[in-house]
Design a protein around this ligand. Structure first.
Ligand code: C5P
Length: 399
């Protein structure tokens, strides 16, 4: 898939730059041509010699290098690639991209290009979570820039949290996703998946038994048809698919924010089992028994209905909105009413009563309800349900 593809790799200044050396190797193993660009800060973490030796190509470093300008101007350099990958993308580099600044070779290339760009952020957890960085990310997404990572984990600075650069093979999968072929190439599809966790106090929460299996399979099937997929997932049991933009959330409120930030989309599939209520009086500290025998009283507040909100958006509504309805009785009647109430285009209804073994199981038996009425599919694996649904979505977006 990557054979013969030309990738311009911008290496920013972060400790994760060492992983970019492995990324170069992996890309070349797959037949890609890698042209590296190393920022000044990047040079503090990896040497120009190792980057250019691994890439087997000239390394570009300076904006005003007369030889480079004579051989290949920066505009030409930015456009001769099939894809620009920024890995690691520092907070500073993201800020420059978001503002359209062009004060060094990397930022100038990124501003001058009309080539798709994929960004792999890497930074300290606080820098990642800072409102400014989140704002920049939202701006960049809106500009059509793809993201892979960051992941959560231990950081070189000793802290823990989101900010670690995605692993080289995850970046390779995301790059392959950019070159995917299929009926959904050029389409952006949003998928929600998994349960939500609604805190009671800092250590306890209310959850549900959703494994995330069906939503994950749907995201993978859409990716395989060439879609750019944003996958907004609660804390699921099943690992997120590779080659999609994973947004991890815990609560329904966070899921809504992530969904809104991911729009616009051509289609949206809401497979998440979102908690209907959150604890309104969640405690800031761990609740303790006080010996009186008195149990705490939880008060509940209704969560936003993400599916209904997106379905009823006045402007910017995805062209196709698909909801799910997990029912235990009178499935088709309840789901038909739900489709109208929520305002979505299709509802995928299934019977999750314990006897079916569907919740948490490998199979699913669904009825897809559209304006043409219900259509029941035979019981089949969740991956097959996902593939059929993805094919239907492709058909609908193509017509
Ligand atoms: O109302 P109910 O939870 O049965 O509806 C299920 C559908 O609505 C699913 O597609 C689910 O993802 C979505 N939903 C949502 N936000 C909520 C509750 C449900 O998006 N707060």
């Amino acid at each position: 898939m990557l054979a013969g593809k030309r990738i311009l790799l911008v290496i920013g200044g972060g400790i994760a730059a060492f992983k970019s050396l492995d990324l170069i190797r992996r890309l070349r193993e797959r037949g890609a041509h890698v042209t590296p660009v190393l920022t000044r800060a990047g040079e503090q973490f990896v040497t120009p010699l190792s980057v250019s030796a691994l890439a087997g190509s000239k390394l570009y470093r300076d904006l005003f290098d007369l030889t480079d300008e004579a051989e290949m101007g920066h505009i030409q350099l930015s456009r001769s690639a099939d894809l620009i990958v920024v890995a690691p993308a520092t907070a500073d580099l993201m800020a420059k991209m978001a503002q359209g600044r062009a004060d060094d070779l990397a930022s100038t290339l990124l501003l001058a290009t009309d080539t798709p760009v994929l960004v792999a952020p890497a930074m300290n957890v606080r820098m990642w979570q800072h409102a400014a960085t989140q704002r920049n990310m939202a701006l960049l997404r809106g500009d059509g820039i793809g993201f892979v990572g960051p992941n959560e984990g231990d950081m070189a600075c000793g802290e823990f949290g989101p900010g670690r650069m995605a692993e080289p093979m995850e970046i390779v999968a995301a790059i392959e996703g950019q070159f995917a072929e299929g009926p959904l190439v050029g389409k952006h599809v949003l998928v929600t998946s998994g349960p939500t966790h609604e805190p009671i106090d800092p250590v306890r929460y209310i959850a549900n038994r959703s494994s995330g299996a069906q939503g994950t399979a749907i995201a993978a099937a859409l990716r395989d048809l060439g879609a750019r997929v944003t996958f907004v997932t609660g804390p699921a049991v099943v690992p997120a698919p590779e080659g999609v933009d994973v947004q991890r959330v815990e609560t329904a409120a966070q899921m809504l924010a992530a969904v809104e930030a991911a729009l616009p989309a051509d289609a949206a599939v809401f497979a998440a089992a979102v908690a209907d209520w959150r604890v309104a009086n969640a405690a800031g500290q761990k609740m303790k028994k006080d010996g009186s025998g008195k149990a705490p009283e939880l008060e509940f507040a209704e969560n936003p209905d993400i599916l209904a909100r997106v379905s009823k958006m006045a402007a910017g509504r995805p062209g196709l909105v698909v909801g799910f309805a997990a029912e235990t009785d009178d499935v088709i009647a309840h789901a038909t009413a739900k489709r109208l109430r929520k305002g979505c285009d299709w509802i995928v209804a299934n019977d999750v009563s314990p006897a079916t073994g569907i919740m948490g199981g490998a199979e699913n038996a669904v009825t897809v309800i559209s304006d043409k009425g219900p259509e029941s599919w035979p019981r089949m694996g969740k991956a097959e349900v996902a593939q059929r649904l993805a094919a239907r979505i492709a058909q609908s977006l193509g017509s």
